[in-house]
Design a protein around this ligand. Structure first.
Ligand code: ASP
Length: 604
């Protein structure tokens, strides 16, 4: 070994002992005759002092040291002189008095300092990811990631789950995105597809009798990159046989509570409570979304009735078109100025609304009963007399000093816009503790969604979820009414994972495929393997796929998942360190029988 102590370990108990440490030079400071360096490794930082009276050779070598050189140092742990202690590091009461130093490797001047305090742009961070990952914060994040993965392994192993790896080179496994494909050299003109998830494989494993499977699985989805999406992500994938929806939910709830508590301790307040469960319909009704953030209230209220008799064209037109009027109350936001209300209008418009109506209440009245004309402002004030406003405020439980926000449109749009406003205002108005973690279940999703552009039914999640038994008849009469044993785990307004009880009857599976418009040959081609497996005794089964990167980022208090992925891609799906994707040689293309027809430069 190059070392017998880690840099972060020595403390006052080690005073007088001889140690060998190795690591990176974090900083060098020359103080007259003495040279100090901070030596860093994964465990922390140790101050090393080179005194020419202790070793002039070591002192001479130390005078050449530069940031990020890799060195090995032998010396004695001594107490720091009084007043020189540093409480912010674990080794702050001691230092290493160096007798010997060996330079193991030199370094160019790094493009940025190894510090958590500096701002670096993403492109540079990723182009020098090996340096970025040296930062103490990044080292902590990946240690946390390891810890969470181990907790998953232990928890599930204790409950009889088996980790099974499934292939990366496979065939298209549709989960709603495009496939990444890999050409086959041995089978010219044929391609593997990388799995969007191991969905069909884990279901086939259930047919094979494995009963409880899990995998920390890589999933590949060629999607247009939205904020914080990665072309590949890691999923905790699990599947169980002979289970009902509740069995899967309770298993995952136990696991997620266990991990969150192990990581956050008593800061995790939900630990001894059940996760709130909301049906899909209830979630949409109360929060306008199937990913509700339950850390705060501000629920959506339908106010079509209260606004049906105004003279406003905006409201009347929507109501005539069978739209709805709904609203939220932003507590204490009655003082919002033009700039702030404009910001809300912009957000509403970018979410799809044609406009946003607001009413601002001042604080000069004691209760809604006593509100007067001068106590509220609104761009639509001439249509909103005191009685109408009183009725609205009562229905919505608005108070003096609050703001009411109103959106009138078709129901889906109203819900989307208000739920975006709700999330935005919840954060702006500090309605919750940013550190709080609040999981919830949303269940009973519809099985299909109508695609207005393609004029056909699409699976709301994926094609393998089982219709609720009592809805089987609707498969033929009215697919839009079919709800499934399909559920999502959500946390703080984000989807953490999806799961379902699966279809295990080949005939129902074929029926679902046909509703989506798959022809017989297409079913054979894409899902033949699953139907075949199902015809040899498939047990009832169900499971979930849970985004691990998002979960880890949430527990770490990070907003972006790329912070917890060692080598993530940029927003444009590139890796600046490896410069991927990249061209391949003509020889490789020939071996693969591939001729490129590339778009013109300008089009590309
Ligand atoms: N395969 C699904 C997904 O990746 C999850 C599941 O239903 O297990 O979203």
């Amino acid at each position: 070994m190059y070392k017998n102590k880690n840099c972060g370990e020595p403390n006052s108990k080690d005073i007088g002992s001889e140690v060998i440490v190795a690591g990176w030079v974090n900083k060098r400071r020359d103080h007259g005759n003495l040279i100090f360096i901070d030596l860093r490794d994964k465990s922390g930082v140790l101050q090393v002092v080179f005194n020419p009276e202790v070793s002039s050779d070591a002192h001479d070598l130390a005078s050449n040291l530069r940031s990020e050189w890799v060195v090995q140092i032998k010396g004695v742990i001594v107490k720091r002189i009084s007043g020189a202690e540093n409480d912010s590091i674990s080794t702050g009461s001691v230092e290493l008095q160096a007798n010997e130093i060996k330079i193991l490797n030199k370094s160019k001047t790094p493009p940025f300092e190894i510090s958590d305090e500096i701002e670096i742009d993403d492109q540079t961070r990723l182009a020098y990811r090996f340096i970025d990952l040296r930062r103490p914060k990044m080292q902590k994040l990946f240690t946390l990631r390891h810890k969470i993965t181990k907790l998953i392994w232990d928890y599930l192993s204790d409950r009889d789950f088996t980790h099974i790896e499934t292939p990366i080179l496979l065939k298209s496994t549709p989960e709603g995105a495009r496939d990444y494909v890999v050409p086959s050299r041995i089978h010219p003109g044929k391609f593997y597809a990388l799995p969007q998830s191991p969905q069909q494989l884990k279901q086939i494993l259930m047919v094979s009798g494995f009963d409880r499977y899990f995998q920390i699985a890589r999933c590949f989805r060629d999607e247009d990159l939205r904020a914080d999406r990665q072309p590949e992500h890691t999923q905790l994938d699990l599947e169980m046989s002979f289970v009902h929806q509740d069995d899967v939910m309770l298993l995952v709830e136990g696991l997620y509570k266990h991990i969150t508590y192990e990581i956050l301790g008593n800061n995790y307040k939900q630990n001894d409570k059940d996760f709130v469960r909301l049906s899909y319909e209830e979630s949409i009704e109360r929060f306008g979304t199937d990913k509700p953030d339950l850390r705060f209230g501000m629920e959506l209220v339908t106010i079509s009735e209260e606004l049906k008799n105004t003279e406003s064209n905006v409201f009347n037109h929507v109501l005539n078109q069978r739209g709805v009027i709904r609203g939220i109350v932003a507590p204490g936001a009655g003082h919002y100025d033009r700039k702030k209300t404009d910001e809300l209008i912009d957000l509403a418009k970018s979410s799809g609304a044609s406009g946003l109506v607001y009413i601002l209440f001042d604080n000069n009245f004691d209760s809604i009963e006593n509100i007067k004309d001068e106590n509220y402002k609104s761009p639509l004030k001439k249509f909103l007399n005191v009685d109408v406003v009183k009725g609205l405020a009562k229905k919505m439980s608005a108070k003096p000093g609050d703001m009411i926000l109103i959106v009138a449109d078709q129901e889906n749009k109203v819900n989307t816009v208000l739920s975006n406003l709700r999330n935005f205002l919840g954060e702006k108005l500090n309605l919750y503790d940013q550190k709080e973690i609040m999981f919830a279940w949303v269940y009973d999703f519809p099985l299909f969604e109508w695609d207005e552009d393609l004029k056909k039914w699409e699976p709301a999640h994926h094609v393998f979820s089982s219709p609720k038994t009592e809805h089987l008849d609707f498969l033929i009469s009215d697919p839009g009414k079919v709800h499934a044993d399909l559920f999502d785990l959500v946390c703080n307004g984000m989807e953490m994972g999806s799961g379902s009880i699966r279809i295990h009857d080949p005939n129902i599976q074929k029926k679902v495929f046909s509703i989506i418009g798959y022809k017989e040959e297409e079913i054979d081609d894409r899902f033949g393997q699953l139907i075949k497996a199902f015809s040899y005794g498939a047990p009832p089964h169900g499971g979930m796929g849970l985004g691990l990167d998002r979960f880890i980022a949430t527990l770490a208090g990070e907003k972006a998942i790329r912070e917890v992925i060692a080598f993530p891609k940029t927003q444009s799906a590139q890796d600046p360190l490896f410069d991927s994707p990249n061209k391949i040689s003509n020889q490789q293309l020939e071996e693969l029988f591939i001729n490129l027809i590339l778009p013109d430069e300008e089009e590309a």
